[in-house]
Design a protein around this ligand. Structure first.
Ligand SMILES: [Cu+2]
Length: 158
C-alpha cells in the first residue's frame, strides 16, 4: 500500500530482495511503525482554500507516524497543518535538509500533544521532498511530500 514507507525506510535491501523475487508475499517486516489511529475526516486530502492556496492537514500521534506519510501537491503555495493527536509525545515537523530538490526552511520546531500548527511555503521544483520529526527520525517518523511536474490545475472548467 504505502510503497513510499518501504522505500524510505525499508531501504535498498528490501527493494532489492523484492526485485529479485527472494522475498515471498507472506513474510514482510514493516520498516516503520504502523499507525494506531484512524485519521480524522479530511486528513491527508489536498484542497484549495478560498484564497487559492493548496491546503493539507496531516496528523501525528503517540505512534511515531505521520498520517499520511506521503502526499502530493502541485507547484505553488502550500499551507500545511500538522495536528497532534498525541497525549504523550512532543513532535516536530521539518523538511530534511539537502534531501529535496530545494530546501524548504519552513518548519514546526515544536508540536506539543494536542497542538496544531500551520506553515506556509511555496514550491516550484517538482520532485520528492522528504520530511521528518527530528526527535523520532530513528524510529521511522518520516514522510515525503511530492511536488508534481505540472502547474496547479484548475479543475473548475466552464
Ligand atoms: Cu516525533
Amino acid at each position: 500500500m504505502t510503497t513510499n514507507r518501504a522505500r524510505v525506510l525499508g531501504g535498498l535491501l528490501v527493494a532489492l530482495l523484492l526485485a529479485l523475487g527472494l522475498v515471498g508475499c507472506s513474510n514482510r517486516t514493516p520498516a516503520t511503525p504502523d499507525p494506531t489511529r484512524t485519521p480524522d475526516a479530511g486528513v491527508g486530502e489536498v484542497t484549495t482554500a478560498p484564497d487559492g492556496v493548496q491546503e493539507i492537514t496531516i496528523e501525528t500521534g503517540d505512534d511515531y507516524v505521520f498520517t499520511p506519510d506521503a502526499f502530493t501537491v502541485a507547484p505553488g503555495q502550500v499551507r500545511l497543518t500538522v495536528t497532534s493527536v498525541a497525549t504523550q509525545l512532543t513532535h516536530n515537523f521539518m523538511f530534511t535538509t539537502g534531501a529535496g530538490p530545494v530546501d524548504i526552511t519552513e518548519q514546526i520546531p515544536l508540536l506539543a500533544p494536542g497542538q496544531s500548527e500551520t506553515i506556509e511555503f511555496t514550491v516550484t521544483e517538482p520532485g520528492d521532498y522528504p520530511f521528518e520529526c527530528t526527535f523520532h527520525t530513528a524510529l521511522g517518523q518520516v514522510g515525503t511530500m511530492t511536488v508534481t511536474g505540472s502547474p496547479a490545475a484548475t479543475t473548475a472548467n466552464g
